[in-house]
Ligand binder design. Structure first.
Ligand SMILES: [Zn+2]
Length: 246
């Protein structure tokens, strides 16, 4: 039996037919976190509940960082996360498109796939994008999210990508990562007496020191560590200056 408190009946008839009497089933919306359709015959009960089974198995997969990376689970993570964010912002559940009894063939899932492909199937970036849209557009009341389709708007995707690119620009005075500085202090604290080492520009200065005096010294060990941490690149063993903006 379905708990009547959490369900909403839709008068609309569906394309799913009852296996017993062959009449069209009614669509019943279930669940408090996202409304998904269950197809039920007034006489013979639930006829198709793939949405329910999908929801119970996959809706919280996005919380597991390893599962997220599984190519098979990226889409379910995106949909689950979207539903979570939607409920969090609006206080009421998202209602899925009910035209298809199979979740994977529904409009929302097709759109979810499109969003993933816009981010080269990078699930982390896709989830950050969803978070960003709710934070920047919905919280500031600039836009209202009425469906998952809203997220596949190219102008919105491009705006996110530009904002992200802008965030990734490293300036001369941008501070170096704290864990790198801590590593340097723990291992080569003397270097801080000879050089100033806190910004990316300081790191470039250290590279020119190594280029002049060789890398068999404390400075060289620090530069090697920066290469190991992918802070800077090395070509044929020589450290490359980081291009920085003013
Ligand atoms: Zn029936």
């Amino acid at each position: 039996m379905i708990n009547s408190k959490n369900t909403k009946k839709l008068k609309k008839k569906s394309s799913v037919r009852c296996k017993v009497c062959n009449n069209e089933t009614e669509i019943i919306y279930e669940n408090e976190d996202a409304h998904y359709p269950v197809f039920s015959c007034p006489q013979h009960g639930i006829q198709q509940d793939e949405w329910k089974r999908w929801w119970e198995q996959y809706s919280e997969k996005w919380k597991d960082k390893q599962a997220r990376e599984n190519p098979r689970d990226k889409l379910v993570c995106l949909i689950g996360y979207f539903c979570y964010k939607y409920k969090q912002f609006y206080g009421h559940p998202y209602t899925f498109d009910s035209s298809n009894p199979i979740p994977y063939k529904s409009k929302d899932f097709i759109i979810g796939r499109r969003i993933l492909s816009m981010f080269d199937n990078d699930i982390t970036d896709s989830l950050l994008y969803i978070k960003w849209v709710f934070l920047k557009k919905v919280a500031s009341r600039k836009r209202t999210v009425s469906s998952l389709g809203f997220f596949s708007l190219t102008n919105l995707v491009n705006e996110y990508k530009c904002a992200k690119a802008l965030n990734n620009v490293i300036k001369r005075q941008t501070n170096l990562p704290e864990d790198f500085i801590n590593w340097c202090k723990q291992n080569y604290n003397n270097v801080f007496e000879k050089h100033s080492l806190s910004t990316w520009n300081d790191l470039n200065v250290l590279i020119s020191f190594v280029n002049t005096f060789g890398n068999d010294n404390e400075e060289g060990h620090i530069i090697n560590e920066a290469i190991n941490r992918n802070l800077i690149n090395s070509v044929n063993g020589s450290p490359q200056f980081k291009s920085l903006e003013d």
